[in-house]
Each structure stands twice: as structure tokens, then as C-alpha cells.
Write a protein that binds this ligand. Structure first.
Ligand code: MGD
Ligand code: MGD
Ligand code: MO
Length: 766
């Protein structure tokens, strides 16, 4: 860690700051500038799909179809550093447990399969054959229902299909993935509203939209390539209305680092035309205010005999539940809306006035909506607002959840799901001649509960850093040690490897940037982006080392070692030619993957058929539904009791500009003016004055909960910040200690990481 420096950032997103940061990353990963040629292949038809976010890949890519953070992800994966057996000889697991996340991954790419040896407290190299044989023996010895197969969202459609099939042939549906901490809220909310589990917007819609709403996503850091179409939209004069507690730089101003003119002149584009600093969890209230204002405009228009504001024909022909929704809106008073949203009636009416004029509007959103106690209802509210004006299922309009991991949406599409009703089990039964398990599997939260209560005995991870990403870090780490089997298929060392079970393995895999050569030659893999388009990805870099295997190969070896032979599942044939896995995928999902292999190289990707795009509503009512929320609160537990006490704030856990989830590239959160530390808490100046605290002081945060668990993080440095009063912010995953496992979206069980009630107290002097 370097020196701490806290200094407000005044530049735009992108620009020279971005170019400089990129260069620094080349150097820190030991990659010569010439190695950056690899970046030219990023998100290109003849190259690889970025391993960072899931944003759409255009049919006509730019010369540089990558962003600062996508490039960082590539360089981080393609580092010259190696975490080889020698590293594990030098460092015991106990020693490594004291290392920060950044240093662990910085050790470099994993090169050998390793098995934990408790006697020496070290990981030791093991052969692939021995590893697979022991893991197979262990899995055979337990009840399959006591095993969890987690996936982190990066592995390809091919690997994911094989992995999910392995779980079901073995006997369980315990297939949570990172989506359970992320957009599971979306997967539960959108089917109720519009009968689709995913967003309806395509890239071409963004080119046609004339109004955009942005709720709770930090695009400048987490999906920066969206800034290109947004910049173009702003040039067309499209208004962008943003709702976010923090003034995120990428949502304010952007200089396109790929535009020589902008780089030389320093010109930047204003992104948001209105910026509303809604309180955390205040979105139901804010959107209620907008709907209320919209209905008022509509009544006025009706009285005056002018054009209606509500799309009457759409609402009458395509929706259900408007009357109840109108009663709900009429029943909310402005004082309560203002109080809960933290926004004035005037501000909400100003946003509504712009929205009411739009002919084609898109609602974008991220974790700021999904990670709340009533996250699903909050997403439902955004859809309600769009439905009132018929912005669904026509060009330039729709709902656009911005997905996280680069193939998280695709993993769900090909069967990684704990919900058996979402998987064509009958077809799998027929295709592979077996009886798949039909019972509900475990979500991430339920997997954690099972680890805590001992009912889960084995955990296999296809990527990710589960124990670090989930809530309640301390009890989870303690319980992990009682697991019988922990298997981590990974590219880099992380904390989950060090929190061992009785039998623990690290299995090193290729990333998709590397060339994956199998019996039939170099392989292609595929993924699904945020706009539900499938794309091929071709490795371009030299594999990390001779002992590193591809994910499909590893999954096949584990499956062969665990399952009785099945003549209908040709694991080795599949590994020899991934095209055959794609044929199998097509056979299971003929409607989604028609002519999959033949159409792989379709420019812009293969568009997944989505009924909601065609105004066909696969809901129980057969119509798009207005969903009435129970009240204005997205986090009802923040409303009263201890949480209303004067020293209690609502904590938002955030990503910095220098991390990918639990992967910490460095300690620089440039856009928020933080450099050299992650041990900070952003607080509002009024709260500081009220609590007698000062900028730069150290405080301890403790979760307000009466379940007897001590959840405290000590010594965070206060940064006085432009954040609504009553809210505070800090970094994930360090603050996951504070997030109770039961504090999750009630419907989807997505942890409510954007509203944790915490008590703030000055730290005791050391
Ligand atoms: N470089 C980089 N890219 C990434 C990732 C990464 O870590 N690094 N992670 C990937 C993954 S898995 C995901 S899911 C996405 C995550 O991308 P985001 O959805 O942007 O997630 P967060 O960084 O958690 O930020 C959430 C944003 O919501 C705002 N917010 C918080 N609470 C509220 C609220 O109550 N209401 C509203 N309206 N806003 C709120 C915060 O201020 C913040 O701007 O990014 C993906 N891309
Ligand atoms: N408090 C709080 N908690 C959160 C969140 C939050 O906003 N706040 N966000 C949540 C969200 S949105 C998500 S998605 C989860 C993320 O949770 P995870 O997906 O479990 O975590 P990652 O940090 O993405 O996983 C990083 C590890 O993945 C491995 N890896 C990287 N690339 C590959 C690959 O190509 N193949 C394989 N096999 N392994 C690979 C590396 O070993 C690396 O250490 O965290 C959640 N947790
Ligand atoms: Mo995510």
C-alpha cells in the first residue's frame, strides 16, 4: 500500500487519467507496452471477449473496443508473474491468511494443481490424475444433496453447460452463481412484470432512444464502454436522468480516450442532464413520486383535451393492474416521498417533465436497485414507470439491467440454476437417459446457511472467491473449516483458497484470453452479453503453463471421476471439440440456440429470442403487470427502531475504480479522489457535525442487529463526501464483515449490500 492521498478528483471519466492509469497497469503487471497489442483483439470478432463486464459487443467494433477497466482486467490476467509450487513452499497458509487480497492475486497465475497438507500447513503440488481421483472419491462418499457447485459468472456457455449437467447427473440442483448476489433480483422481478428474466434492450435501441434513466449503476468504473453510446446520445441531445446517492464521475462527464481531438483539446461531454442524489433505498419513493407526477400530468391533459401522457392504448391492451397502481400512487403523500427519497417534489417533477415528453425511453440499472431488502419491488417500480408510457417492446425503449460478470447471464441460460423450474429437466432426462433431481437447489444465501449449519459438506467453485464475496465473513470463514471438501477451479490465488476444508484443492485453469488447444485444434468458446446476444471468443495469448488446463477439461475430469460411465455423455469427445458441446446445448435448447455452430460469427452476436421484445408477455396474466410495492421503503428495517437512532447510518458497500469484485488491482479510486487506501468511510458533512466527528478521523462501524453476532470493522478513515445525510459508503469486500447473511432481498435472497444499518463510533486511540 502506498501513501494515503485524499483529494477531490476534478477531471472527467476517460481522458488522460484513463490513459495514464492504463500505462501504470502495463508496468505493474510486467507487460511490455508491445504486449498491449493483445488489447486490439479485445471484443473483436476474431479475438476474445473481455473478461471484465458483460456489456454488449457492437457489430462494428471501434479500433479500440475496450475501456480502461477492461484493459486492466486483461493485463491482470496476462501478468508475467507466476504463483508456482515454489511460492507455496515459501509461504504457509497461515502466513498467507494475513495478506491483503491485492497481494494474494498479485502473486500471479496459478500454474499447478495443489492439495492442502494440514501437517505442514502448506499447499503441495499434486498430479491431475490424483486430484481428480480423490475429489471423485470424496464426492461419491457423501449425499449429493450435501454438495454445492458454485459458478462465478465468467466461465463459457460450454463449460457452464457441462458443469450443470455434471451436478444433475451426480444428483443435485445446488447450482448458485454470483448472480445470486447480484442480478438475481432482476431474474425474480422481471418475470413478474414482463415475463422475461433478462433485459429487453439491444444496442440499436440505445441509438434510437430519446431519453435515458440511470438508477444505481456506476458506469464509469463498472461498464465504461456504455459511455460511448451515451456520449453519442448526448450529442443527439438525448436527456439522461440519473439517480444515485453519489455523484459518480462517469455519470457526470466523459472524455473519450479514443478520440484524438478530445484528448488534445480536453473536451468532455456532460453525461447526465439531471443528477438526483437519492438516498440509499429511496428509489421506490423517488419513482413513486415520478409516477404520481406523471399521473397528475395525464389528468391535466385529459381535462384539457390535449395528448394524453399515459400511453392509454398500450396500458389498455398490454397491461394489468393499473387501477391498483394508481390507487397506490394517489395514496402516497409528497412529504413522505420527499423524506424517504431525499429528493424534493420539484426535483422529481422536473425529472418527470422530461420523461413525459420522451417517445422512446430506456431504464438502466445496477446494484443500487438490486441489493436492497425490497430490491425486486424496486426493480418492479422502474418497470411500472416505463409501462405507464408504453416504453416496453418497441424500438428505442425498454428495461436494461447492466449485468456484472461477463457470462453471468449465459450461465443461467444453459442450466446453472438452483431453480429446477427454469431448466428443461425433461429434455435433459431424455437426452442423457437419467432422472434429474427435481427439488429446489440452494441459492448463495442458502448455501451459506448450509455451510454454517453443517448440512453442506462439499463445495466446488468454478471460479470466484465465494467466502470473500458473501455476507458475514467471520462466521463463514470459521464454518468453512468444517467442510469436508473444498475445490477451487481458479486462475489466481485468493482468500477462499486459504480458508481450507478438511480436503482442499486449488485447480489452475486457463482464462479465455489464452489459446485453448484440444484434439481438434484451437477452441472457440461462447458467452451471452447484457443484451442477451451470444458471441464467440477466441484465445490469443500463450497458455500460462503446461500444467494449466481448460475449464471444460477440468469439469470433464471431475465428472468422469465421480459419475458412473454414461454412453450418452461423451466427456472426452466434448473436450476434444467444443463444437460438440454447442451441438448438445442446441439439442437441449433448440429455440434459443438454433444452428448455433453455423451462426457463431454473426456480426453483433446471435440475438436471443425474447418474447417481451415483441410485446408478448409470458406472465401469469398474459399481460405486462403493474406491481404495487408495499410502501415507500426499499429497506423497511431502516425505518424505525434502533436504525432510526442518531448515530446509525445506512451503509452502501461499493466497488472502487481499481478492483474487479474481490480482485483488488490497486488502492486508487481515482474518480472519488481516494489513493493509497481502501480503509475509508465516506460520510456527509452534516452527519459529521451532528456526531462530533471530523474529516480524516478514524471510526469503527458496527452493524445494528439484535442477533448476538458482533459485526465490527475498526479504524476506517472518514472522508467527508458528497453523499446524502444518513448514508455512508465504503468498500466491498472488506466491509462484508458488517453484512448479515439474513439481510437480503426478501424475494430473490440477493444480499442487501447497499443498505446496512451501522453505528459509527470514534476509534479508540492505538
Ligand atoms: N471495473 C469493474 N467492473 C465491474 C465490476 C468491478 O468490480 N470492477 N464488477 C462487475 C459486477 S459482478 C457487477 S454486478 C457490476 C456492478 O456495477 P454497479 O452496479 O455499478 O455496482 P457498484 O459498484 O456496487 O455500485 C452501485 C452504484 O449504485 C449506487 N447506489 C448505491 N445504493 C443506491 C441506491 O439505493 N439507489 C441508487 N439509485 N443508487 C445506489 C452507488 O452509488 C454506485 O454508484 O459491475 C461489473 N463490472
Ligand atoms: N458487500 C458486497 N458484497 C458483494 C457485492 C457488493 O456490491 N457488496 N457484490 C456482489 C456481486 S455483484 C458479485 S457478482 C459477487 C462476486 O463474487 P465472485 O464472482 O465469487 O468473486 P470474484 O471476485 O469475481 O472472483 C475472483 C476470482 O475468480 C477467479 N477467476 C478469475 N477469472 C477466472 C476464470 O476465467 N476462470 C476461473 N475458473 N476462475 C477465474 C480468480 O481466482 C479470482 O481470484 O460479489 C458479491 N458481493
Ligand atoms: Mo455482480
Amino acid at each position: 500500500m502506498g501513501d494515503e492521498k485524499i483529494e477531490a478528483y476534478t477531471g472527467p471519466a476517460g481522458g488522460w487519467g484513463s490513459a495514464k492509469s492504463l500505462l501504470r497497469n502495463l508496468v505493474r503487471n510486467g507487460i511490455p507496452a508491445s504486449g498491449s497489442a493483445m488489447l486490439l483483439k479485445q471484443n473483436k470478432p476474431d479475438g476474445f471477449m473481455c473478461v471484465s463486464c458483460a456489456w454488449a459487443k457492437p457489430a462494428q467494433p471501434h479500433l479500440f473496443e475496450y475501456c480502461e477497466n477492461g484493459a486492466k482486467a486483461t493485463l491482470w490476467e496476462q501478468t508475467q508473474a507466476r504463483c508456482a509450487p515454489e511460492f507455496f513452499r515459501r509461504h504457509s497458509v497461515t502466513e498467507l491468511l494475513s495478506w491483503p487480497d491485492h497481494d494474494l492475486e498479485k502473486a500471479g497465475r496459478l500454474t499447478h494443481p495443489m492439495r492442502y497438507d494440514p501437517a505442514s500447513d502448506r499447499y503441495r503440488p499434486v498430479s491431475w490424475a490424483d486430484a481428480a481421483a480423490e475429489i471423485g472419491r470424496e464426492l461419491k462418499a457423501i449425499d449429493p444433496k450435501a454438495a454445492v457447485f458454485y459458478a462465478s459468472g465468467r466461465a463459457s456457455l460450454e463449460t457452464s453447460y457441462m458443469y450443470a449437467l455434471f451436478a444433475r447427473l451426480y444428483g443435485h440442483n445446488n447450482l448458485p452463481d454470483s448472480s445470486n448476489m447480484c442480478h438475481e433480483t432482476t431474474s425474480v422481478a422481471l418475470p413478474q412484470s414482463i415475463g422475461s428474466p433478462v433485459g429487453t434492450v439491444l444496442l440499436e435501441d440505445i441509438d434510437q432512444a430519446d431519453c435515458m434513466l440511470f438508477f444505481g449503476h456506476n458506469i464509469g468504473s463498472n461498464a465504461p464502454r456504455i459511455l460511448h453510446p451515451l456520449q453519442e446520445a448526448r450529442r443527439r441531445g438525448v436527456p439522461i436522468l440519473t439517480f444515485n446517492p453519489l455523484r459518480e464521475r462517469g455519470l457526470e462527464r466523459f472524455t473519450n480516450p479514443q478520440s484524438p481531438i478530445e484528448m488534445v483539446t480536453g473536451a468532455s461531454t456532460q453525461i447526465s442532464t439531471q443528477y438526483h442524489q437519492v438516498k440509499a433505498g429511496g428509489d421506490i419513493a423517488a419513482i413513486t413520486g415520478m409516477c404520481k407526477a406523471l399521473l397528475a400530468l395525464d389528468r391535466e391533459a385529459e381535462r384539457a383535451g390535449t395528448a394524453r401522457v399515459v400511453d392509454v392504448a398500450f396500458v389498455a391492451g398490454h397491461t394489468h393492474g393499473l387501477d391498483a397502481f394508481m390507487r397506490y400512487c394517489d395514496g402516497q403523500d409528497w412529504a413522505a416521498i420527499e423524506h424517504r427519497s431525499g429528493l424534493t417534489r420539484e426535483a422529481l417533477e422536473a425529472a418527470t417533465a422530461v420523461y413525459a415528453r420522451a417517445k422512446a425511453a430506456i431504464g438502466f440499472y445496477g446494484m443500487g436497485l438490486t441489493q436492497h431488502r425490497l430490491g425486486a419491488e424496486t426493480v418492479g417500480m422502474l418497470v411500472n414507470l416505463l409501462l405507464l408510457r408504453g416504453h416496453m417492446g418497441r424500438p428505442g425503449a425498454g428495461i436494461c439491467p447492466i449485468r456484472g460478470h461477463s457470462n453471468v447471464q449465459g450461465q443461467r441460460t444453459v442450466g446453472i440454476s438452483e431453480k429446477p423450474e427454469l431448466v428443461p429437466l425433461d429434455r435433459l432426462a431424455e437426452q442423457y437417459g437419467f432422472e434429474p433431481p427435481r427439488d429446489e437447489g440452494r441459492t448463495t444465501v442458502e448455501a451459506c446457511r448450509g455451510i454454517l449449519d453443517g448440512s453442506v459438506r462439499a463445495f466446488v467453485a468454478l471460479g470466484g472467491n465465494f467466502v470473500r464475496a458473501v455476507p458475514d465473513t467471520n462466521p463463514m470463514e470459521e464454518a468453512w473449516r468444517r467442510l469436508r471438501l473444498s475445490v477451487q477451479i481458479s486462475t489466481k490465488l485468493n482468500r477462499n483458497h486459504l480458508v481450507t476444508g478438511e480436503v482442499s484443492y486449488i485447480l489452475p485453469c486457463l482464462g479465455r484470453i489464452e489459446i485453448d488447444r484440444q484434439a481438434s485444434g484451437p477452441q472457440i468458446v461462447t458467452m451471452e452479453d447484457s443484451t442477451a446476444c451470444f458471441h464467440p471468443s477466441r484465445g490469443v495469448a500463450r497458455p500460462v503453463g503446461p500444467q494449466v488446463r481448460s475449464e471444460p477439461w477440468i469439469v470433464a475430469e471431475l465428472a468422469k471421476a465421480t459419475l458412473p460411465p454414461n454412453p450418452r455423455v461423451d466427456w472426452d469427445g466434448w473436450v476434444g471439440d467444443y463444437g460438440r458441446v454447442r451441438d448438445a446445448i442446441e439439442a437441449t435448447y433448440p429455440d434459443l440456440f438454433q444452428d448455433f455452430n453455423a451462426r457463431l460469427d454473426q456480426p453483433g452476436g446471435i440475438v436471443k429470442p425474447l418474447p417481451a421484445r415483441e410485446r408478448v408477455w409470458k406472465t401469469k396474466t398474459g399481460l405486462a403487470n403493474f406491481i404495487v410495492p408495499p410502501g415507500l421503503e426499499a429497506d423497511p428495517d431502516m425505518a424505525g427502531g434502533a436504525a432510526a437512532a442518531r448515530d446509525v447510518l445506512d451503509l452502501i458497500t461499493l466497488r472502487s475504480n481499481d478492483q474487479f469484485n474481490t480482485t483488488i488491482y490497486g488502492y486508487d479510486d481515482r474518480f472519488r479522489g481516494v489513493d493509497g487506501t481502501r480503509e475509508i468511510v465516506f460520510m456527509n458533512r452534516d452527519d459529521l457535525a451532528r456526531l462530533g466527528l471530523a474529516d480524516g478521523e478514524r471510526v469503527d462501524l458496527s452493524t445494528v442487529a439484535d442477533d448476538g453476532v458482533d459485526r465490527t470493522v475498526r479504524g476506517l478513515r472518514i472522508i467527508a463526501y458528497d453523499i446524502p445525510p444518513g448514508n455512508c459508503g465504503g468498500y466491498y469486500p472488506e466491509l462484508n464483515v458488517l453484512l448479515p447473511l439474513w439481510h437480503h432481498d426478501q424475494q430473490s435472497k440477493t444480499p442487501a449490500a447497499k443498505s446496512i444499518p451501522v453505528r459509527v463510533a470514534r476509534s479508540a486511540p492505538d
